[in-house]
Design a protein around this ligand. Sequence first.
Ligand code: SF4
Length: 91
Amino acid sequence: MTVCYNKPEFVIDSNIARFINRYYGLNLNGEIRRKKEIISLAKIIFNFQHTGQLLFALLDFTALICKPVKPECSICMFVNYCKYKGLIRTI
Ligand code: SF4
């Protein structure tokens, strides 16, 4: 809906869920895409006029920076706001 028809829909895949989980310090485990905390925050994040562009930006960001293993926190624009623990933060 958001990509093809530019409808303001929220999207949650495993990558976006991981970013939300880390950024907000939720520390959720397992199948987090369907957890109510993730869904609520995704709705807030996707409360944006161009949700299709936001979606692709988040997919690129989570593929290149907020990766599943060894996220690139030292070059991440969100490092000063992100609540993810257990990382070396050099910025
Ligand atoms: S600081 Fe690290 S964990 Fe937080 S959003 Fe950036 S890459 Fe992801």
